[in-house]
Design a protein around this ligand. Structure first.
Ligand SMILES: O=c1[nH]c(=O)c2nc[nH]c2[nH]1
Ligand SMILES: [Zn+2]
Length: 453
């Protein structure tokens, strides 16, 4: 149940003390388990973390994690197409470029209808929150008004969201295209203004400049968007090197650029605030460029598997110093669950380890590293590392309460069987490999309860 419709004191209170077990990843390789702990939250921010005692202040609303459950940082989905949510699971045997034409562009175009857009965007917000996603970086459609509606709905539901209007002014369907490069920029500006109007400090909602990907953007529009992002100090998101035919197409379209990554760099679109989705087929030189520019990568393993795009070697990117988070890439990815992507990130990394020329075991991601990517890694990619991603004094309380087994009878239908002799690390592993939204009992963003089962 979404909390925007509720007005109970518990849901509204911004001064909280939460007690019980807290689990997070302070570093890439460490899972920290804080048992019998109290976390105090004032105005959405963690003010102290201490051992739980029996006397708790009456000034704070008290929430205890039921036996067998634990608090975990909210997930950060660094790449999701809100408009494509109705197509989740519908992709057949297509690969990227035919999938775009057959399934994706027609659906996105139809979302210019505000009634349909409201229905779809409300649902995607509800479903991602139910899966523990507290921050999402959204692609909407090319339509300004309904992209602004997505921003309104995200603010209303309380999710932290980056809102992007898709820019595409070439190589696109005649009825789904920006007419000129100037229109791509001007329409983006209108979304930026709207986001800034509804959330002037960007506490929850921020605009993000969104050239769809190089093939559908003229060099002029890319440059115009780069200039806009620079002038307004904006976040940027796009796709890079997802599948091989796409890379070949970009080489043909942008003969003057040294590589696909350079197409964006030539337009000033590689910055510390840039999120690049996929990054599967890249040269060492391109990886070096991303690291130099401090741009981040949204690793989308479910989508890469579904559309047969390839196996992204994330450890290679991380070794080179590139920031990495996880993205569901709905609906290239059939699931809006970041947890599903945590799981598949580890599985794909095992396949990468078997590839010729790989560094073998070094390519493997543990489930702890994958959870780090889903929280702190994503926070770094979105420039939110000081605000969210873990439990520390000064960070905002973006969290999910995860129940395993038969907690208060609420998760009886959970697929995770807990026998009682597992330690917390083992329980967390079971959640990663067997869990789903049935295990997400409650979700908070900046201390506000935004979802409860
Ligand atoms: O996974 C993807 N989803 C998209 O919508 C898209 N557009 C360009 N490239 C894309 N890749
Ligand atoms: Zn995508």
């Amino acid at each position: 149940m979404l909390r925007s419709s509720l007005t109970s004191a518990a849901a509204m209170s911004r001064n909280l003390v939460l007690t019980g077990t807290f689990i997070h990843t302070p570093s890439k390789t460490k899972l920290e388990v804080l048992t019998n702990t109290a976390v105090f939250v004032e105005n959405g921010v963690i003010t102290s973390i201490m051992p739980a005692t029996s006397s708790l202040p009456s000034t704070h609303h008290h929430i205890a994690s039921p036996e067998g459950s634990f608090f975990f940082p909210g997930f950060i989905d660094t790449h999701i197409h809100a408009s494509q949510y109705p197509n989740s699971g519908i992709f057949g045997t297509s690969t990227l470029l035919d999938w775009l034409k057959k399934y994706t562009f027609p659906l996105e175009r139809s979302l210019a209808d505000p009634v349909k857009a409201r229905q779809v965007y409300s649902r995607v917000l509800q479903r991602t929150l139910a899966n523990g996603t507290t921050t999402a970086s959204y692609f909407a459609t090319i339509d300004v008004d309904t992209t602004n509606l997505l921003a309104d709905l995200a603010l209303e539901t309380g999710q932290r969201a980056f809102i992007g209007r898709n820019c595409m002014d070439q190589e696109s369907p005649a009825d789904y295209v920006d007419p000129t490069p100037e229109a791509s920029v001007e329409r983006t500006q209108r979304v930026v203004e709207h986001c800034r109007k509804i959330d002037p400090e960007g506490k929850l909602i921020r605009p993000i400049v969104t050239p769809r990907f190089a093939p559908t953007c003229s060099a002029k529009s890319l440059r115009g968007l780069g200039d806009l992002a620079e002038k307004e100090d904006l976040h940027i998101q796009t796709h890079l090197s997802e599948n091989k035919p796409e890379c070949e197409w970009v080489a043909q379209l942008f003969e003057g650029s040294k590589s696909y990554a350079h197409v964006y760099d030539d337009a000033k679109l590689l910055t510390p605030k840039t999120v690049l989705a996929h990054v599967v087929h890249v040269s060492d030189e391109e990886v070096k460029l991303l690291a130099e520019r401090k741009s981040g990568v949204a690793h989308c393993p479910v989508s890469n598997n579904a559309l047969g795009s390839g196996c992204c070697g994330v450890k290679r990117l991380m070794r080179a110093g590139v920031k990495v988070g996880l993205g569901t890439d709905v609906s290239g990815g059939y699931s809006c669950s970041v947890l599903e992507n945590v799981r598949q990130a580890t599985l794909v990394s095992s396949l990468v380890a078997l590839q010729d020329g790989s560094k073998g075991e070094e390519e493997k991601l543990t489930f702890i590293e994958a959870l780090w990517l889903a929280t702190r890694g994503g926070a770094e990619v979105m420039g939110l590392e000081d605000k969210v991603g873990g439990f520390e004094v000064g960070k905002e309380f973006d969290a999910q309460l995860v129940g395993l087994g038969t907690v208060e009878g609420k998760v009886k239908d959970s697929a995770v069987d807990v026998f009682g002799w597992e330690d917390w690390e083992e329980k967390t592993a079971k959640w990663v490999y067997r869990g789903d939204e049935r295990n997400t009992l409650k979700v908070w963003v900046a201390g506000r309860e935004v979802y409860s089962k």
